[in-house]
Ligand binder design. Sequence first.
Ligand code: AN0
Ligand code: CP
Length: 319
Amino acid sequence: MKHFTNVKDIGDLSAAVAEALEVKRDRYAFTHLGRNKTLVMIFFNSSLRTRLSTQKAAQNLGMNVMVLDIAQGAWKLETERGVIMDGDRPEHLLEAVPVIGSYCDVIGVRSFAQFESKADDYGERVLTQFIEHSGRPVVSMEAATRHPLQSFADLITIEEHKRTARPKVVLTWAPHPRALPQAVPNSFAEWMNATDYDFVITHPEGYELAPEFVGSARVEYDQRRAFEGADFIYAKNWAAYSDPNYGRILSTDRAWTVDAEKMALTNDAFFMHCLPVRRGMIVTDEVIESPRSIVIPEAANREISAQVVLKRILLSIKN
Ligand code: AN0
Ligand code: CP
């Protein structure tokens, strides 16, 4: 594996899940692989899970890890080429990226959508510059349009919990007070569409995701109908994608909050969310604390998904 930015980079999903379960059984079986190899993790945005789980995964493989928060302590970076840099950004990404690459063997990058330009966000401007100018394998730790380490962990979690070969998996929009990126739902949809699950997306009108991510999923505007017979409920908020509302909040309607009454319509479904989650907005306390909530094992699988990805990258560096 050279870079890890989307579902195609992982190849066959059954093989990837099998490898993940193997890693989970003995996460210290490859401690020699990362010896004298360094991972640098660059954060343009906050993180709890990605920061800790990716670092842990790298350490399980024997790697050294360095973490840089661009917003805290590093120079603010200009990302646009051709500008006169007379503003508040003292360094350009075009110097910073190769410099970072010179200190490490693998780079992880977190860079959310800015919601200033759909073309910049969906063109993955920042991630692409890391791939083009660092000379190193790059792992997306949530970029503008996707969060593949999360989606891989979600897939592992569903495979561990499913009770039928072809479960019904429902991605539901839920309300949130801030405008959030489409990366998590886009990516989840991309990975679910790569399985043979019965995959349904439900959201209020106006919250349609980009067609390339919706793919072959069924879209159902009636949340209750979508929940009927579901085996997994995957909740997430996102801001509007469609023009002219790109990046805007169209609704904070708490009628879309996942509660026990709606969960009762399902086939005793498991509740999932990538976290961080706002209780009372996305989901009620009762549902997230219920025995059907698997948000903690889901988050724990982030260490496993990151370890499979880093292991494959290390093997490709060695060969
Ligand atoms: C981020 C998002 O929605 O993309 C990160 C989720 C993993 N969430 C928030 O900013 C609250
Ligand atoms: N799910 C996830 O990526 O969490 P963090 O934003 O805390 O890393």
